[in-house]
Write a protein that binds this ligand. Structure first.
Ligand code: IMP
Ligand code: MG
Length: 180
């Protein structure tokens, strides 16, 4: 069982559902009469995107970009590669980037620059998790944040370790002995 690999559960399936609904309500309210396009960051953001979009009742479309910054390690390499661009035209659209976690911010910085090239009317970010770090330079403003998490390695609900644990319905802290 994947659950046995967790040190502890940070957010249960139920808590995540409530939070996603809360974010969806705020987004639906803010983007009424706009031309919303959700852009999910693969692969971590895909579970969040699929739940979130179904809780947003206003008309919108979605697309995805893929960025990769983690190899098999549990700390950011600082080197981000875009492996997939968006397919929808974003010119004049109100783009909301959907990410699983803000850690160093390197991924979102690069993805944001990529989206800006497509000339959207507006560009904001929604991240389910925000990792609390003692030192951070150059913080990218995030319009919607779900939960704050301590500076530990978390898995579940799209977040992986070596491509595993994405299918966990909850979010938890991975046992250190599994990657140390
Ligand atoms: P950043 O570029 O350092 O902000 O890292 C963002 C990406 O790294 C996220 O999209 C995740 O895919 C991955 N990541 C960062 N922290 C964690 C974690 O605690 N668990 C799993 N993946 C993480
Ligand atoms: Mg990711």
């Amino acid at each position: 069982m994947l659950m046995n690999d967790l040190e502890n559960v940070l957010f249960t399936e139920e808590q995540i559902r409530e939070k996603v609904k809360e974010l969806a309500d705020a987004i639906s309210n803010d983007y009424r009469n706009r031309d919303l396009v959700l852009v999910g960051v693969l692969k971590g953001g895909v579970i969040f995107l699929s739940d979130l979009c179904r809780m947003i009742p206003i008309p919108h479309s979605f697309d995805m970009v893929a960025a990769s910054s983690y190899g098999s390690e549990t700390s950011s390499s600082g080197h981000v590669i875009i492996t997939k661009d968006v397919e929808l035209p974003l010119k004049g659209k109100d783009v909301l980037l959907i990410e699983d976690i803000y850690d160093t911010g390197n991924t979102l910085r690069v993805v944001k620059e990529l989206i800006e090239v497509h000339s959207p009317r507006s560009l904001e970010i929604c991240s389910l998790l925000w990792k609390e770090k003692s030192s951070r330079t150059d913080i990218i403003p995030i319009k919607y944040v779900g939960f704050r998490v301590p500076d530990v390695f978390v898995v579940g609900y799209g977040l992986d370790f070596n491509e595993k644990y994405r299918n966990l319905a909850c979010i938890g802290v991975l046992k250190k002995e599994l990657y140390k």
